[in-house]
Design a protein around this ligand. Sequence first.
Ligand SMILES: O=C(O)[C@@H](CO)OP(=O)(O)O
Ligand SMILES: [Mn+2]
Ligand SMILES: [Mn+2]
Length: 579
Amino acid sequence: MMARRPGAEEERPWKLAEHARLGKGKVVGVVVLDGWGEAPPDPFNCIHVADTPTLDALKKGAPERWRLIKAHGKAVGLPTDDDMGNSEVGHNALGAGQIYAQGAKLVDLALASGKIYEGEGFKYIQQSFETGTLHLIGLLSDGGVHSRIDQLQLLLKGASEHGAKRIRVHILTDGRDVLDGSSVTFVETLENDLAKLRDKGVDARIASGGGRMYVTMDRYENDWQVVKRGWDAQVLGEAPHKFPNGHEAVKRLRDDPKANDQYLPPFVVVDESGNPVGPIVDGDAVVTFNFRADRMVMLAKALEYEDFDKFDRVRFPKVRYAGMLQYDGELKLPSHYLVAPPEIERTSGEYLAHNGVRIYACSETVKFGHVTFFWNGNRSGCFNPNLEKYEEIPSDTGIAFNEQPRMKAVEVAEKARGAILSGKFDQVRVNIPNGDMVGHTGDLEATIVGCKAADEAVKIILDAIEQVGGIFVVTADHGNAEDMVKRDKSGKPIRDKDGNVQPLTSHTLNPVPIAIGGPGLAPGAGFRKDLPDAGLANVAATLINLHGFEAPRHYEPTLIQVSGASLLNPSSAPPLPFL
Ligand SMILES: O=C(O)[C@@H](CO)OP(=O)(O)O
Ligand SMILES: [Mn+2]
Ligand SMILES: [Mn+2]
């Protein structure tokens, strides 16, 4: 336990001051539209094409209560402004009210300084290098959402320089944060690096692989079969497809005209006698090299927990396992890690719990942890079970989301409506996943259907807020559905000789909208004009204000002002043209 600095509590008390102008006791409905950015109208802007009367009305209805905020790059703690936003950093910023250097950046720093090799986690796995194999499992792309190939390359080099003699890489192909089909190039790059290591006498090879959505990278326990498929290939060395090397594997599997990087079937690399080249066995070291938590937690549990009943592991090898980061601070999972995760603390959820605000949070499985775990600073569970209720609607499993693009949007909204009307909660918070989950499939028609369903869900929630005289905040965590095509530098869709475009499955760099309103919102309340560069981290203070409290001083400033006076600094309030 870290010793507490005396007086820290007095400096930053949990008790929040009452807001001078905004009263308490209004129900605040918070909607996070996942993957819902703002972009110019265009046939590949599915939000624009879709029928979205509710969101359109928010945009057109009250200019002082609708604006854009930044949701990518440095505004959310990512290394550069070329980094697209994502749910982890987006919800962290929304809930925490502060901008933290995120996993991607922390790993960059640890690798650049070499500190990664001096830490407890690396020293721990290093003990296996003399007699065992080092296995590296993770997402192979330069997407920067869950992992980055350049970090893997540095780790491979560093680990070999620090004594790893036998290395096996278990790859997960992407096609979600990067273009579909790019897996072949990433595997080529990795194979080249491994060949160079072999020239230096390190026995380094790709041992297994599969597409991220079909193998290993499930989240929030939606479908353990996904993790099992990976386990069978990575640990047991068993898979339906066998190839002499990783490059051949990915190239051959992509020969299937329906192949998709996200869903490539599991494969193992075998030697001349047909034996797998890299099953995980007793005495080996394992590193999961993704820095992002949600899609590594399930595998981390399988690798670390003695007691485990989610699928039959057949063999549970005694390995030294470390995550690139610790993925769950509350569960301390995994117990060994190479880089300390961002210490996200004093989130808005924790403050509100200390101040008696009753919170209901809901989404369907695939986004449930976003609006709970990520929102609360990568912390599982609630702060005060007497005040909070988190509800999960089971997601569809075993299908790609373009097959059921409406997903559970309306069901989530109906749960939220129930919570709003119940009178039991002060904040009702949901994530509506369609723009993102369907957007990632690259299927335009389905994404349009998904966006319409999301809009209907928002209407259900706004109607309930209207009914109870409450306040709403509708925003998003990053872009996706508003731009679904690969473009050239000038912004024009790139077409091949037959006129076909390449769908963009990834998130975007676009800003996201935020709208406030509802009968409970004080008449003079609107967005201040002096924060043109505001981002997702400014939302937490805004929410705390709407609950009738002043935000903690160390938070990014609130987005709102009331009747011409800036909430934080009344003397410097700019004139409000709309009042
Ligand atoms: O599906 C995911 O894991 C990411 C994209 O890699 O999307 P999001 O950040 O919206 O969860
Ligand atoms: Mn998201
Ligand atoms: Mn996404």
